[in-house]
Write a protein that binds this ligand. Structure first.
Ligand code: XMP
Length: 526
């Protein structure tokens, strides 16, 4: 494992990401991590960049024990300055900030200094790199040599003469440094001797062992599943680890996709063998949504709170049933499908006085039950969760599913959510997605759905005038869901979908295609 210590740079998680892409396992921890508290010894340590100046009062500094570990250390940007600071405090504010592309002049060495050249092995002498810093080294620290310079940074790359300490002023983890991954590989593989054996199979084995050790022989776990990829993959891992001592609960809130509850139940129970309880609470949710016409946030609150109520009731029931039975041992764990990007958000080093943010999408859930959290996906990025799902035999259609919001169709039915509106939205959505899949476009599109507008329009059907509902189709492409572009369907496709919806969904006479980008629009309608 390579340990990445985070000093708060916006790029830190990319270091972990690049190492994983090289099949090297790496873990990111805040720069304040005490090394004595680590239960494992890293093969190497990377000190990340950060927004501070090492010479400022209150600037974060690494546990000096890192220099006693006797493993290679690579400092990136702030990390380089941190290494220099530890070796004689030779850091000054730069005269001007250096930001953007730069050409590195790589120096090569001979004799006893030649070992230091391993960092730039196989890279060009005039390598293109990405810089983003204000401070720079004023002198080379004692016992260090220069590995590379740029026009503005005389010490853009340095190394200790004997020990395996390296510092670079640029960011190898961003794609603008074209061959940055090669440099990270030089460090991790050639210098640290890290193994490139991190695979999904390996992850599954280790994670199952970890869950078993954590939960013990009798411990029980509950968790909500939605039919989405994250909760399904997390549930499957729990099933593999502790069998029926994992209790999955799916709450049917009445605003799910067409036949969703039934399909998810079949896949999770018959297909994946997961111990699942489906609670049909459609009437309860729809009852509470009745009469809410023009406040999307109110819809979200009603659905969120009702979900927690029902989940809590069911969890108590399951706990009581287990109590005193042969499955003695009360439920003490709650499963969450938290992913690495959420974890980064909560462990990133945010400043000397920053408290670590606790983030949980169901924060406060099950108060009074004192549940401990178990988060088996917390080390994975979304695409890794998909790969994990495939490795564990989860069906393709689930692994590659578009995201579906917790409040479901309620935020795609503009205006009041009634059983009739839900039916129309479900049927129209089903046709749209079916056609997208038939056209082979599903994976090209990040998210697609049919929304129901709160207006009626006139149409003529079967020689009769009708006054019926209007459907708006939405399909977007995005990588991060923060910005999105409308998907450029060809006209024939839209025409086909429109014809099918108007003919097959009773109560609809018109279909529109929504073409707004995000921003200014959002992906959902409400
Ligand atoms: P927006 O509409 O904000 O959506 O552009 C961005 C992504 O977030 C999803 N989304 C939600 N997911 N609860 C959720 O679980 C919500 O209240 C919610 N609102 C939006 C949306 O589907 C899209 O993927």
């Amino acid at each position: 494992t390579i340990l990445v210590l985070d000093f708060g740079s916006q790029y830190t998680h990319l270091i972990t990401r690049r190492l994983r892409e090289l099949n090297i396992y790496s873990e990111m921890l805040p720069c304040t991590q005490k090394l004595a508290d680590l239960e494992w010894k890293p093969k190497g340590v990377i000190l990340s960049g950060g927004p501070y100046s090492v010479y400022e009062e209150g600037a974060p500094h690494v546990d000096p024990a890192v220099f006693e570990l006797d493993v290679p250390i690579l400092g990136i940007c702030y990390g380089l300055q941190e290494i220099a600071w530890h070796h004689g405090k030779n850091v000054l504010a730069g005269e001007k900030r250096e930001y953007g592309h730069a050409i590195l002049d790589v120096h090569r060495h001979t004799g006893k200094q030649a070992h230091a050249d391993r960092l730039f092995q196989g890279l060009e002498d005039d390598m293109e790199v990405w810089m983003s810093h204000g401070d720079k080294l004023s002198h080379l620290p004692t016992d260090f040599i220069t590995l590379a310079t740029t026009k503005n940074s005389p010490f853009a790359g340095i190394a200790h003469e004997e020990k395996e300490y390296y510092g670079i002023q640029f960011h190898p983890e961003v794609t603008h440094t074209k061959r940055g991954v090669h440099l990270l590989k030089n460090f991790a593989v050639d210098i640290c001797k890290a193994q490139q054996n991190w695979t999904m199979e390996e992850f599954v084995g280790k994670e199952i062992a970890r869950i078993r050790a954590l939960v013990g022989e009798k411990g029980q776990v509950i968790g909500a599943v939605s039919g989405g990829v994250d909760s399904t993959v997390a549930a499957k891992l729990m099933k593999e680890a502790i069998g029926d001592r994992f209790h999955a609960i799916m709450v049917d809130n009445g605003v799910m996709r067409l036949n969703e509850a039934k399909i998810v139940k079949e896949t999770l129970t018959a297909g994946l063998g997961i111990n699942l309880t489906v609670v049909d609470a459609s009437e309860r949710f729809l009852g509470k949504l009745k009469g809410v016409t023009d406040d999307p946030e109110k819809k979200r609150k009603i659905i969120g709170n009702t979900f927690i109520e029902i989940f809590q009731e069911k969890a108590k029931e399951i706990a009581e049933a287990a109590h005193g039975s042969e499955r003695e041992g009360e439920i003490e764990w709650l499963l969450q499908g938290t992913l690495y990007p959420d974890v980064i958000e909560s462990i990133s080093f945010k400043g000397p006085s920053a408290t670590i943010k606790t983030h949980h999408n169901v924060g406060g859930l099950l108060e009074g039950m004192h549940l401990k959290l178990i988060e088996p996906l917390r080390e994975l990025f979304k695409d890794e969760v998909r790969a994990l799902g495939t490795t564990m035999g989860i069906p393709e259609y689930l692994v590659w599913r578009h995201p579906f919001p917790g409040p479901g169709l309620a935020i795609r039915i503009l205006g009041e959510v009634t059983p009739e509106q839900v039916r129309i939205a479900q049927e129209a959505d089903h046709i749209f997605i079916e056609e997208i899949k038939a056209a082979g476009l599903y994976r090209d599109i990040s998210q697609a759905y049919a929304a129901l507008l709160p207006v009626k329009a006139v149409g003529v059907m079967g020689d009769k005038r009708v006054h019926a509902q209007v459907i708006a189709l939405r399909a977007v492409q995005t990588t991060d869901f923060m910005t999105a572009e409308c998907y450029p369907f060809d006209f024939k496709f839209l025409n086909r979908v429109s014809t099918r919806i108007v003919n097959e969904v009773h109560g609809v006479c018109r279909v529109l295609y929504e073409v707004t980008s995000k921003p200014p629009g959002t992906i959902e309608m409400e």
